[in-house]
Structures are given as structure tokens and as C-alpha cells.
Design a protein around this ligand. Structure first.
Ligand SMILES: Nc1ncnc2c1ncn2[C@@H]1O[C@H](COP(=O)(O)OP(=O)(O)O)[C@@H](O)[C@H]1O
Ligand SMILES: O=C(O)C1=C[C@@H](OP(=O)(O)O)[C@@H](O)[C@H](O)C1
Ligand SMILES: [Mg+2]
Length: 175
């Protein structure tokens, strides 16, 4: 039975690489945010607006426990999931955890064009976004570094890079 959790900051490529890797390995794919949105018929932004971040984190933990029962699956977690409650220890008990490590400037270049649906990043200037990412990475490093594997996900900008990253991830996991 295979259960792989991809963790990492917003824009690290958890959803992009997770989907492609699951397809290559004939595994099912679950994106934690999409799962939450399906279950509650609300977007992540709406849940943040209605329940606040604390409320979102409680839901996120409950949904993680639901998703972690799936088998033969690649799970792309939400960027904050490892950093709340005992979620990181829980994921390490339930399967393989892979931290998608990405250089801050690469994250910035990805997120400056993709922050609209990420409530935590909304409304920031480029300079504010750069500083916010750097601070968040430092604060979250102790959680992300508990992953069983670390994978460099700097190269996901086109289908060729995604394919090559899928192959490198297969090698890293010995699959
Ligand atoms: N189809 C795409 N075309 C262009 N850029 C993309 C595409 N898919 C993802 N990206 C870029 O890769 C980044 C990683 O996205 P995503 O996989 O959603 O990361 P995560 O799930 O870790 O937040 C996005 O922020 C975006 O900049
Ligand atoms: O890092 C975070 O705290 C968050 C990351 C998002 O998921 P992605 O990492 O897929 O963007 C989503 O769960 C929410 O906006 C909060
Ligand atoms: Mg995602």
C-alpha cells in the first residue's frame, strides 16, 4: 500500500507535481484544499472569511485525518497543514512525507502571479510578498524539515520540467 504526502510552502508545486506523479504511478490523487472545498461546498477563501484561520486549521486537521485513510494515493497537502496540531507527526505515522523544497525567489516568481486564490497572500505588494515568504519559510522550517524526504522542486515551470521532476521523485522514493 502506498500513501505519499507532499508538503511545502504555497506555490512549491504540491498540486502540480502531485497530480503528475500520481498519474505516472497509477495512484489516486487528492489535493487537500480541493477535498475541503468539495466537502464544504465553499472555497478556502470563503472558509477563511467565515471561520477565520483558526477555524480553517481545525477543518484542515479533520480533513487530513479523513484523507489519510485513503490507500494507494498521493496527497498534496495545504501549505500550512504540517505546521498545526500534530499533523506532521500524524502524516509521518500514516505514510511517506516529502518536503518540496523551493528557493525563495522561485516561490516569489510563482506566487506573484498566483496569489489571488490564497487568502494569506492577498493584497501584498511585491516587496511585502518577498518579505512575507522569507519570514514564513523560516517559521515553518522546523515543521517541513520533519519530512522523511526532501525534494528540490525548483523546476516545475513547463511539462518537460514536470516530467523530469516526476522521474527524480520516483528515484528519490525508490519506486
Ligand atoms: N498550468 C500552469 N501554468 C503555469 N504555471 C503553473 C501551472 N500550474 C502551476 N503553475 C505554477 O506553479 C506553482 C505551483 O502551483 P501548485 O502546484 O498549485 O503549488 P502548491 O499546491 O504547492 O501551492 C503555481 O503557483 C504556478 O505559479
Ligand atoms: O500555506 C498556507 O497556510 C495555505 C496554503 C494553501 O494551500 P497551497 O499550499 O496548495 O497553496 C491553502 O491551504 C491555504 O491558502 C493556506
Ligand atoms: Mg496546492
Amino acid at each position: 500500500m502506498t500513501r505519499i504526502f507532499l508538503i511545502g510552502y504555497m506555490g512549491a508545486g504540491k498540486t502540480t507535481l502531485g497530480k503528475a506523479f500520481a498519474r505516472e504511478m497509477n495512484l489516486s490523487f487528492v489535493d487537500q484544499d480541493w477535498y475541503i472545498e468539495e466537502r464544504f461546498h465553499k472555497t478556502v477563501q470563503e472558509i477563511f472569511a467565515e471561520r477565520g484561520e483558526q477555524g480553517f486549521r481545525e477543518l484542515e486537521r479533520q480533513m487530513l485525518h479523513e484523507i489519510a485513510e485513503f490507500e494507494d494515493v498521493v496527497i498534496s497537502t495545504g501549505g500550512g497543514a504540517p505546521c498545526f496540531y500534530d499533523n506532521m507527526e500524524f502524516m509521518n505515522q500514516k505514510g511517506e512525507t516529502v518536503f518540496l523544497n523551493v528557493a525563495p525567489d522561485v516561490l516569489f516568481s510563482r506566487l506573484k502571479i498566483a496569489s489571488q486564490n490564497r487568502p494569506i497572500l492577498r493584497g501584498k505588494t511585491n516587496e511585502e510578498l518577498k518579505a512575507f515568504i522569507a519570514k514564513a519559510l523560516e517559521k515553518r522550517a522546523p515543521f517541513y524539515s520533519k519530512a522523511k524526504y526532501i525534494f528540490n522542486a525548483d523546476e516545475l515551470e513547463d511539462i518537460y520540467q514536470i516530467k523530469s521532476s516526476v522521474n527524480k521523485l520516483k528515484e528519490l522514493l525508490g519506486l
